[in-house]
Design a protein around this ligand. Sequence first.
Ligand SMILES: [Zn+2]
Ligand SMILES: [Zn+2]
Length: 193
Amino acid sequence: MPHPEIEQNVQELIIPVEDLPEQESQNFEGKLGLSQCPRLLELAEDSEFELEYQFSLKRDSRKVLIDGEFKGQFKLNCDRCLGTVAYQPEESFSIRLQPSEDRPRPAEETLLTLEELEWDVYDQSSLNLAELIEEQVLISIPEKKLCSTSCKGLCQRCGVNLNTQSCLCNEEIEDHPFAVLKGIGSEFENFQK
Ligand SMILES: [Zn+2]
Ligand SMILES: [Zn+2]
């Protein structure tokens, strides 16, 4: 059974733009569960997932301005050894939205100022704020997720975790006939210098 309070939370985070009072800031705060973040679900582990947010939202005619921050902790997998990486983001964000039909046509785009280029678009009559927050969290995740900068990863041949175990694969590679050729190659490089 889903928690009733979380369900209610999701409802509150889908807002028809027209329902927002004009030029009047509204504050939101709450927590998101991993089940509300389908794209994060593919990256993060379910246990001990925490994500809190708070932001203010203001409508200016058809434009929407959102400023806030999020804070969380959850576990990701190391890109090299697949071990656990504890991730504790704490970031502020600001999102500028305008309806997609108000966006200038490509021909006009060369005339856009830098500030105008920062606008994102929304193409539905309702904003899904949970999705927007999830997007910010995804952006914050580093491209390379490592348990440690010195992580040795998994052996590409036998798959053991080289941080905790060693294997003989590398030695076997040295014995391989091609290893000799590799040796000649490096001597040749030295010779050239
Ligand atoms: Zn690792
Ligand atoms: Zn190995």
